[in-house]
Design a protein around this ligand. Sequence first.
Ligand SMILES: Cc1cc2nc3c(=O)[nH]c(=O)nc-3n(C[C@H](O)[C@H](O)[C@H](O)COP(=O)(O)OP(=O)(O)OC[C@H]3O[C@@H](n4cnc5c(N)ncnc54)[C@H](O)[C@@H]3O)c2cc1C
Length: 413
Amino acid sequence: MNYKVDVAVIGGGASGLVAAICTKRNNPDLSVYIFEGLDRVGKKLITTGNGRCNITNKDINLSRFHGENPTFAEFALKKYNLDAIRSFFNSVGIELIFENDKGFPASLQAGSVVDCLRFECDRLGIVTVCGCKIKEISFKNGFTLASDTDRIEAKSVICSTGLYSGGEKLGSDGSFFRLLKEIGYETVKLSPSIVQLKTETELVRQLKGIKIDTKATLMQNGKPIRSELGEVLFCDYGLSGPAIMNLSRDAARADSGFSVVLDLYPLTDTKALAETIYQRRQTLKDRHLEEFFTGMLNKRLGQVVLKHCGYKLSDKAEALTKDDCKKIAFTLKALAFKITGNNGFVNSQVTAGGISTDQFDNKTMMSKKHKGLFASGELLDIDGDCGGFNLAWCWASGMLAAEGCTEYLRGLK
Ligand SMILES: Cc1cc2nc3c(=O)[nH]c(=O)nc-3n(C[C@H](O)[C@H](O)[C@H](O)COP(=O)(O)OP(=O)(O)OC[C@H]3O[C@@H](n4cnc5c(N)ncnc54)[C@H](O)[C@@H]3O)c2cc1C
């Protein structure tokens, strides 16, 4: 098919849907089309937040966002802050509720977010063309885009195609990123982020399935890089859980030299913990070490730690000396896992890196190379922590791109 449109939004994901809605609301006279590569819009959005969609976070501040120049995101995030996001979602029928700082739709259904965004697109008369993967783009008196079967002439283009996280089934094949690279856009090295970490497996295999609340510290060549308090899950390949996901960005961006150290007693110092363990040894002298930590620690974790420290589980607690108790306390405060890799883009929630933000104006999201071309969401070199920050960036940058695009088209008249 041939299309002639005012605004072509490429990608009907989180950012593209919001960009299309806001552009059309800004100027209902514009013809706004979404061109989506998959057979439906919002396929990734449905999977977010374990099906609950963690829409945003009360604590939006720049320290939660990353990239070569995270300050690029500041203008959009301030302008489209929590109040603006809440009011946008209310306007399409979604009430927000909060669990701690994390915002979710009150339905706790990610599908309802996609539905409400789709209903609003339909109500506004936005045309959605699915199964249209854009493979070519050229610039002459506006933009010409092409898929295998469609040809689109557009006065302006909003690029909201995301990157690689979640994999091809969710539309994340990086095809449009490569297209922009081919036509000269600078890019920043890509790596998976918010992803499980692979570690040496001897210890984690014995602990498989155990979840603990802990302080996890990412170490690079023995130096602490970043710490996170939260849940860690032991898996047969390594470590998962929110605390690990938030540490994964740095670990995945370098090749080697990283380890994760878990402090299983973050609120107690080593000396006090050693004393507690020694007191326990006095009280439970006759217990075999196999059951020594039963009632204090996850039973299997306690056994694995004692074995890791070199003790026989068949020995009795009375065999432990004061120094042994110090050694055990030290291990519980610093259980170390050498990182060997990560679970890759398909299993990651977001891609770090992307199209360099240097080539875009952060007040309008317009390209400095091609007037009338805008970008939003994950495609750009901005990514956030786990906790609703990535979607917060998608909404804010999509809304700002919509505003920039409407202004640009007003100026063409
Ligand atoms: C499992 C999972 C859970 C997550 N949970 C959360 C969460 O709870 N909270 C949070 O903040 N973040 C979460 N994220 C991250 C968040 O989903 C992404 O940051 C966000 O979806 C990115 O939005 P986007 O619009 O930039 O790209 P996408 O949502 O990836 O949308 C891009 C769209 O463009 C289409 N497309 C791509 N290339 C082309 C092309 N060449 N032509 C036409 N169309 C194309 C794709 O098919 C896709 O529909 C999660 C991610 C995953 C994978």
